[in-house]
Each structure stands twice: as C-alpha cells, then as structure tokens.
Design a protein around this ligand. Sequence first.
Ligand code: SF4
Length: 553
Amino acid sequence: MVPPTAAPKRGHARRGEGQWALGYREPLNPNERSKKDDNPLNVRARIESIYAHGGFDSIDPADLRGRFRWYGLYTQRKPGIDGGRTAVLEPEELDDRYFMLRVRIDGGALSTEQLRVLGEISQTYARDTADITDRQNIQYHWIRIEDVPTIWQKLEAVGLSTTEACGDCPRVVLGSPVAGISEEEVIDGTPAIEEITRRYIGDPAYSNLPRKFKTAISGLQDVAHEIHDVAFVGVVHPEHGPGFDLWVGGGLSTNPMLGKRLGAWVPLDEVPDVWEGVVSVFRDYGYRRLRHRARIKFLVADWGVAKFREVLENEYLKRPLLDGPAPEAPAVPYDHIGVHKQRDGRYYVGAAPIAGRVSGSVLVEVAKAAERAGSARIRLTPQQKLVVLDVAESDVDALSADLAKVGLHSSPSPWRRATMACTGIEFCKLAIVETKARAANLVATLEERLAEVNKQLDVPVTVHINGCPNSCARIQTADIGLKGQIVTDADGVQGEGFQVHLGGGLGLDSGFGRKLRGHKVTAAELNDYVERVVRRYVEQRTEGERFAQWAAR
Ligand code: SF4
C-alpha cells in the first residue's frame, strides 16, 4: 500500500495531478478537502443523532452538499427555477429543503418483499415518487431529513441500503437482470456481485476515491459494460472455460471514452480480488487535482492498457493475470422486454414503464402481481425497465395483464421500449431542461403517428433524453441522443431544447453518436424532429441495416 507521507518523485511528467501514489496527498480542490477533513461515511452518525432532530437548518453545508451523497442523498432542485438560471445561481439558491434519495440495488436484484417495502416507503415518505434509474437503482424524491433514519431502518430490515449509492466511491454494481436464468449467458456473475458488495461497500479503505467508480459484471452483454470504470464481461476461455474478460476506463459525461480490454481472463472466484486491485489503482494513482479529470478513464487513456495491467499485476495483485479472448458482441442488443423462457423451463416477463417513471403504488402492485403469479423475484434493468422472474407458463398471461393495468407493458411499442430519460429539471439541480414528461409526450406521439412504421422496426430505435451534458441517460450511446441545453428558435427566442447526437450505440455498434454542427432542436420541435428522422431511416435503410449503420453513411 502507498505510504501517505511518501515524497513526490522528481521529474514525473504528470506532476501536480494529485496522485496519492506519487506523494501528492495535499487536497487540491474543495471536494478533496471535504473528504480529508472527515471520512464521508461518518456523516450517517450525524444524520441520525443531529440533523434528523434539528431539521434542514441544522445541517452543516459541507455535509449537505458533499458527504450526504455517500448515503444516496442530494438536495433536490427548488421548484420553478428555469434551466437558463442553472449555471448562474449559487448552489444554495438551487437547493430545495427536500432530498432525492437513491437506494442501491446491486445487480438490480430484488425479492417481492423488498419491492413492496420500497413501494411502501415511497407512499409514506416520498409523496409516492419512485424512478427506476438506468443504473438499476430506485430513486425517491421529496424526502425530509427527519425521516431518513426511519427509512434506513425499513430498508435495512429487508437487506437494502443507500450506502455509497452516490459520492466518490464504488457505486451500485450493475449485473444482468437475468443472471442465472438466461439460456444465453456465458456465466452467472451474481456470486461476484454479492461478494464485492459484502466485502467492500461501506469500507473506509475505498470510500475516498478521486471520483465515482462504476462497476458492471455480467455473463451476458446487457449492462453497457463499455461505459464503466471497470467491467467483467462473460467469455469462454478455450482452456479454462467460462469466466470474465476485464475492461477498464469507460465513461460518458462531457469527455466520453469507451472502456478498454486489458486482454485478461478472470475466473469467477477471483473477480472480487481483481476488482479490489483495479479500484486500488484508481484510489492511489487517480487524478485528484482537477475534478473534471478525476475519473479512471483519464488515467487509462494516459497510461495505456499495457501499463495499467502491469501496475495492477505487479503492485496490487502480486501475480500475472491470464491472457484471454475477447467476447463477441450479440447480434441484437438485450433489453429483457417481453416473455422469455428461462433455463429451468419457467418464464421471465420484462415490462416497460416510460423512461423509468413508476411510483410507490405501482411497485406495491407489481410485488402483489408477481406473487400471485408464483414469483418471488424482481429485477430492475439498465434500460429503466422491470422484469418478473420464475413465472410458470400458465401464469404468464395473467401476470402480463396485471402489469398492464399499472402501466407496465410486456409487449410495448418500440418507443416505450427504447426511450430513456434522466431526472431532468423537475428535481435535478444541474438540469437545463425537462426530461421525464417530455419523454412521456414523445412516446405517446410516436405511438400514434408511427403505428405503421413501428412494424418495420425489427430492432427499436433508442432515444435517450438528457437534461444537461452530464449524460446520466447515456446521450452518446443512443441511436438518437438528446442533450439538454438552451437553444434559439427561428424567431430568435431562447428556450429549452436539445443538441442531437445521431447513431451512437453499444455492442455491435459500439461508438459515440455524431454531433452535427448546428444540429439542435427546440423542445417544441422535438416530436416532429424524431418522427422525421425515423421515417427517413425506415425509408432509406437497406435490408437489416441498423440505425447506427444508416446514420454513419
Ligand atoms: Fe441531472 Fe444532467 Fe444527470 Fe440529467 S444528465 S440527471 S440533468 S446531471
């Protein structure tokens, strides 16, 4: 391990990047200072003993806008502040007295009991709000600080937690929603996800990273592994059998980069140790001086994969990794929607809300419907959808009908199926534009206007709507990616709108959408614009041509 007082090495090319391993321990920005002043995990005790009793005004600002995140808490945006003022107001002017609370659901895995408790918490403490995020979390709004300790008790009673749901730490671990039951998966990554969360989440040794750290583990390529800080992707080694291909350094936001293969094959039981090695490289060598360069992708880009692997093996694992083959991308991306047969002969049913928006009441109804169908297991997906597992063939129709009654469709239109949206201006302090309601309006419009065209879409066109450049809903990897910003309409009037990115994707189409100069739409033009693009694609595409291929012509 790196001694905290080690002297800086002379002549290092990246002097001043704030890398602990090179001796630069002095905090170089306010975020680093806050983490050094007090380990963010300690804020829980203050919430329980002080803030929950003293109320919003008793909260230390350094905790409010910094350390609270380590427990999934962000202040939400004060209602009524338009997106044009986001960048000019001070943080405290944007703060509402209520919180967004994110519950981490590693692998998206829930029992029906857990789902019911999540729904009941929403009904009691969150004004019935609940969104399924594209990181398989549940996100509440309107949370009062006074209620947080009780919410934690209720969550923890069923094995759920908000620990490290946000903050500069290991966030929720993405996993295949159909791990262990899919007929196509190479290997079930669930044991590795469970072991990583058991060993390392809430461990102070990994709670002060340079920035957030996102993990994906799947034996099926269904968790957007290319855009994670670290990912383990199922692959069969010719001699050793099923295991995982190791990727590092992916991430979107304002400097998007795709993850890179280290060329190493990792057996299932070694995944937690290798994960610990990678996160330790990031903790010790990651750039802490400038916040916008503090993700692992910048380190990987500067070092290259050979050096990253060498440091991982020599300094942390103390052994070489086995070389391994690259996984082949699936012909069609997985989205888990519809009725599918499991390995054991039962079925899973994937159903789509619009852009992840559900409610506590809907979650409670889903738990009841699943149990009536004999299921005790639910999964949330990285596409903001929901899957009920372990359903007997004879119960599938009744379950599908029950889900449809609460707005969750198992044979949805391509638009409901493939549209995602981030939180947006309704609650997010960084937002410039509204997203969720706009997604609902877009889906309804396209369902009506493109009913004939829909039948010709063998693979849905993905539409991702983001409220600002941060790309929480993955602007750059959608067929049609929409980045919220203020735009000027034909009459010179400024208002909400979007920069368009066309033809991005993952898997076979792995790459970022093209951002055409001047390719912007106002919010008012959005539905017409998307309709026009889709009609043009359908008219011009050759047999089997995917949207990304067409857009790249
Ligand atoms: Fe907020 Fe921007 Fe992320 Fe949307 S993309 S949730 S607006 S930070």
